[in-house]
Unconditional design. Structure first.
Ligand SMILES: *Cc1c(COP(=O)(O)O)cnc(C)c1O
Length: 387
């Protein structure tokens, strides 16, 4: 019975590729300045949540948050769980969330007993399908979650119009979309809750970490309490503290070691983003006129792409395509899978025709700071020779 839903044969015969062997799919980016910054934290009094975390939150809000507040946590998954709690989701509530995403988007709903209604993908962008959200929404729906796949923002105006009609929040999983903009606004300042991830291979990494930007500043203190066992930490640090704990909290805080890494990366983020966007452009150029393959999210006049992933649709034989690349020392992969393939998330749904149509066709190509424009020209040449 194992894996009965997975139609494609597993690619076990392709061993994990080492970076000395060719162009790998992902590579973490750690600026040189981060090494010194972390060392100085290690020599200081604060290594857990201390002044560096506060500074990282402050600078992050200034860059991405509009009038909102940033809450630093231990992972993107923590940030999503925190957002779902702050959105008031209760056991038995329904939410609408995209089927095509990292499992991290969906799993926290299982912690809470919230019922997941998976929305299909838009065939052009692989973002959440707005028409399908309209179809799924009902009086029991308590939030709409969206993921900016690969770094291209979703149709935010349309999603907000639906959410407004039902008086429910939009929660953005922006793990792919740090630095993306939608109609001139930063991703981070648009919805009630926006989550970012600093996991190893994201735009900015803190080893592991995450950030939640909250636009309603009246719930920031609650967010800070839930991040730390339900305790008002800043009051407790004053010395005498005899208060009660009245909310279930978690140990979801970021450490100063992580925040030092985050700050160093934030300070050079504009260059990081520009370089990633340049590489994405290189793919666009290189694949112009290529047969049997098209890029996802490559034209978007009213929004900018954060270029976390370069994803393409290959019309036939994805396995041969991947083998052909690998013979030429190029790694590729799927990265995310439709979440309804997992038993714990309810198993396969039959109302997702766009996902069905692309599930064996999408492929992610290398795009990170160790990749050069010349590497991409080479990758595109290999692709154009066919598979
Ligand atoms: C990376 C990622 C996350 C989870 O982040 P972690 O920091 O690993 O918990 C969530 N959603 C998406 C879409 C991601 O790519």
């Amino acid at each position: 019975m194992m894996n009965q839903l997975h139609k494609e044969k597993p690619m076990n015969e392709l061993p994990v590729m080492n970076e000395s062997e060719g162009i790998v799919l992902f590579h973490p980016h750690i600026p040189e300045t981060a090494v010194e910054a972390v060392t100085s934290v290690l020599h200081s009094r604060w290594i857990g949540q201390g002044p560096r975390v506060a500074q990282f939150e402050q600078e992050f809000s200034e860059r991405f948050g509009g009038n909102g507040t940033s809450i630093a946590v231990g992972s993107g998954t923590d940030a999503l769980h925190l957002a779902y709690i702050l959105a008031g989701l209760q056991e038995g509530d329904e939410i609408i969330t995209p089927v095509f995403t990292c499992t991290a988007t969906s799993i926290p709903f299982l912690y809470m007993g919230v019922k997941i209604r998976f929305a299909d993908v838009d065939p052009e962008t692989l973002n959440i399908s707005v028409p399908h959200v309209r179809e799924l929404i009902n009086e029991k729906t308590k939030a709409i979650v969206c993921v900016h796949y690969g770094g291209l923002p979703c149709d935010m105006d349309e999603l907000h119009a639906i959410a407004k009609q039902y008086d429910i929040p939009v929660i953005e999983d922006a793990a792919h979309a740090l630095g993306a903009t939608y109609k001139g606004k930063n991703i981070g300042e648009i919805s009630a809750f926006t989550m970012f991830s600093f996991q190893a291979i994201k735009h900015i990494t803190t080893g592991d970490g995450g950030m939640l930007i909250i636009q309603d500043n009246s719930i920031v203190q609650k967010a800070e309490r839930i991040r730390w066992f339900g305790i008002d930490r800043s009051n407790k640090q004053k010395g005498t503290w005899e208060n009660d704990i009245t909310e279930v909290g978690y140990k979801y805080q970021m450490t100063d070691i992580s925040a030092a890494l985050g700050l160093a990366s934030l300070h050079e983020f504009d260059q990081t983003l520009a370089y990633r966007q340049q590489l994405f452009e290189e793919y666009k150029k290189g694949l112009t006129g290529a047969q049997g393959i098209r890029l996802i999210g490559d034209h978007s006049p009213d929004r900018t792409h954060a270029a976390w992933l370069c994803t393409a649709i290959v019309e036939k034989d994805r396995v041969s395509f991947m083998r052909r690349l690998r013979e030429n020392k190029i790694e590729s992969g799927q990265v995310h899978y439709r979440n309804d393939r997992y038993s714990i998330l309810g198993g396969r749904q039959d109302n997702l025709p766009n996902m069905d149509a692309v599930e064996e066709k999408y492929i992610v190509l290398p795009l990170h700071l160790k990749v050069t424009p010349e590497n991409i020209q080479y990758i595109c040449e290999v692709i154009k020779q066919g598979w």
